[in-house]
Write a protein that binds this ligand. Structure first.
Ligand code: PFF
Length: 464
């Protein structure tokens, strides 16, 4: 094995917190609670938990072990094992490259809302049309995006140990503290609406936790399963080359089995807490109908909830957007790090130079994405039935199209070409025990590739 001059994590804690930093992002906070509310509360949670321990674990172990054993990034890892498979490395590299174009734009929106609450103007954000007015304006989204991108680039520029690891160690405990505090606060809420109906946070918690099996059919269950599955692999940042890169920074004496369990626990714990924080709050002030998907939950529904809370809503709004900004930053850092690390390997350049180049290129691409809401506005129907602007189109290509495809090919590569034993050997390095080995074998060879094929066909519009 080549000696690594490229730096790495100091130990298990640095690795786990950095990987968790990548995994915990807006997906946990704005997508998970919405899916749980829509897909039968506790039933979705149950399905999700089973999937994390089987499917999520399999994909996470695959990426991290591939990275550590080859010591390379996605672009070269697959080709280094089997030259005929280098195309898979190139495809994997495309995902963070596409995500990078729009993630900092969303990060900018979050920073903007954080500033709104910090300056005590939460009332403005609760007005109808505020969010649309903001994202369609020409200058403001670009300015906030640049701010977010500058912090991201600075962390990556500072290196793996001094930048990513140090930043994650600082931010992740703070994030956990904030999310627990807001969740507890959310449970204490109560409100009587105009028609005299009183709702409490604890009732909202029941909506979230108690499985709703009324009218459950096989096709509804399949939908819940597919929703949970696609949420899971987006949430764990797998099949994007990110965990391969982070895996390549892990020392040989770190037990990957324990690290992976901790990352699963972290990511799932934050998702569960996000649900405990958002569902009761939205339920108390707007009923379950108030739950919306994606950006409108975070930027439209929640500001209305904070406004309805009265003066304490400003503090809740500050805590919430500071927390989301942390979560988005550590995720964006992992995407940019993956691009920088791959390009350093490709062009044999220094980290500092590459961080600056990728930072500038990302800014240019993100400006185009911002313009997608005014100058470059279009409405494009997607195969999955949604209507897309530029940002949604990028999101669709990377997350709905490329991810399941890459994930399926990776499973075939590991399960049938290099064989699961190749990964198992890495998991057992230094006498570590690979407890879920049998499960891993079955998942990677038979179950995961089939599931990924179904998800791929579903997002390509073939299963509607
Ligand atoms: N895993 C992150 C989340 O759940 O929000 C999202 C994410 C991070 C997506 C990094 C893509 C990425 F490259």
């Amino acid at each position: 094995m080549e000696t690594k001059k490229k730096g790495g994590f100091t130990g298990q804690l640095g690795f786990v917190l950095s990987a968790a930093g990548s995994a915990v992002g807006v997906g946990n906070i704005w997508r998970f609670p919405y899916l749980a509310a829509q897909d039968g509360g506790g039933l979705f949670l149950l399905v999700y938990l089973v999937l994390v321990l089987t499917f999520g674990f399999t994909l996470l172990a695959t990426d991290i072990a591939l990275g550590r054993r080859t010591g390379k990034n996605a672009l070269n890892a697959f080709g280094a094992i089997r030259p005929g498979w280098s195309f898979l490395g190139k495809m994997t590299f495309l995902v963070p490259a596409i995500i990078m174009t729009y993630y900092s734009v969303i990060g900018g929106w979050i920073v903007k809302y954080m500033v709104i609450y910090l300056t005590g103007r939460g009332k403005d954000a609760a007005q109808d049309g505020y969010f649309t007015g903001f994202i369609t304006s020409k200058a403001a989204p670009v300015v906030f995006m640049l701010l977010f991108l500058a912090v991201t680039s600075f962390v990556v520029y500072s290196g793996v140990e001094k930048g990513i690891e140090r930043f994650s160690k600082l931010v992740m405990p703070g994030l956990i503290f904030l999310i627990i505090a807001i969740a507890v606060f959310s449970l204490t809420l109560r409100h009587t609406d105009a028609s005299g109906v009183e709702r409490t946070g604890l009732e909202g918690l029941a909506v979230y936790l108690i499985p709703d099996v009324s009218g459950l059919t096989a096709s509804r269950f399949l939908k819940i399963l597919l929703d949970a599955m696609s949420q899971l692999f987006f949430s764990l940042s797998v099949s994007m080359g990110i965990m391969i890169t982070y895996g390549s920074y892990v020392k040989k004496d770190v037990d990957l089995n324990r690290s992976i369990s901790q990352i699963e626990l972290f990511d799932t714990g934050v998702a569960l807490l996000a649900g405990m924080m958002i569902i009761p709050a939205v339920y108390v002030f707007s009923g379950v109908e108030g739950m919306a998907s994606g950006p409108s939950l975070m930027f439209i529904s929640l500001p209305k909830v904070f406004d309805a809370m009265g003066p304490i809503g400003t503090i809740a709004g500050i805590a919430f957007f500071v927390m989301v900004a942390f979560a988005a930053l550590t995720s964006c850092v992992s995407i940019m790090e993956t691009l920088v690390a791959n390009c350093m390997e490709l062009f044999h350049t220094s980290r500092k130079k590459m961080s600056l180049i990728i930072g500038v290129l990302s800014a240019a691409a993100a400006v185009l994405i911002c313009l997608g809401y005014n100058v470059l506005y279009f409405e494009l129907p997607l195969p999955n039935g949604q209507t897309a602007q530029l940002l949604d189109l990028m999101d669709y290509i990377s997350n709905s199209f490329l991810l399941p495809l890459i994930c399926m090919l990776t499973c075939i590569f590991v399960g049938w070409v290099i064989k699961p034993e190749w990964i198992a050997e890495e998991m057992e390095t230094g006498g570590c025990v690979f407890r879920r080995k049998k499960l891993y074998r079955i998942m990677i060879r038979y179950i995961a590739p089939v599931i990924m094929a179904v998800i791929f066909l579903q997002s390509a519009g073939c299963l509607r």
